[in-house]
Design a protein around this ligand. Structure first.
Ligand code: THU
Length: 146
């Protein structure tokens, strides 16, 4: 878990609100599990992402990667924090579920973010935990590993 100093700089509840808005657009006719992410760029720009499923299942894109790819494709490669919310279709905030990023999304975050990057997993703007990327992806293979 992160210390309070980092949290004072960024408005985590606002980022969680954005992730909840992103979740409303999740396209999930197969899993009916809706995930939203809000990624804050170093520039201050905000990138929302939701999961987008495919009838072929494999091409499904997670909310976190949607947000990262939106940002990178618009020229932003450095980030301050990501907030993630997820739960079954009918659930509204405060969510019962806590959606942690999948392994593939952790790896994609590690491409652009350092190990002290804050990952906020939330149920509502008032109810969340903050982990560092390093806690979620220890001993990571990163660009500097090559
Ligand atoms: N999902 C995400 O969007 N992010 C995660 O980190 C975990 C899984 C999505 C993928 C799929 O559309 C649904 O949740 C069920 O796995």
């Amino acid at each position: 878990k992160m210390d309070m100093k980092e949290e004072e700089i960024m408005d985590y509840p606002k980022l969680i609100e954005e992730a909840l808005l992103a979740r409303d657009y999740a396209y999930t006719p197969y899993s009916h599990f809706k995930v939203g992410a809000a990624l804050l760029g170093k520039s201050g720009a905000l990138y929302r992402g939701c999961n987008v499923e495919s009838c072929s299942y494999g091409p499904t894109n997670c909310a976190e990667r949607t947000a990262v790819f939106k940002a990178v494709s618009e020229g932003e490669r450095e980030f301050q924090a990501i907030a993630i919310v997820g739960g079954p279709e009918g659930e509204k905030a405060p969510l019962e579920h806590t959606a942690f990023p999948c392994g593939v999304c952790r790896q994609v975050l590690a491409e652009f973010c350092s190990m002290d990057f804050p990952v906020i997993v939330a149920r509502s703007p008032e109810d969340y935990e903050v982990y560092t990327l390093g806690e979620l992806l220890p001993k990571a293979f990163t660009p500097s590993s090559l």
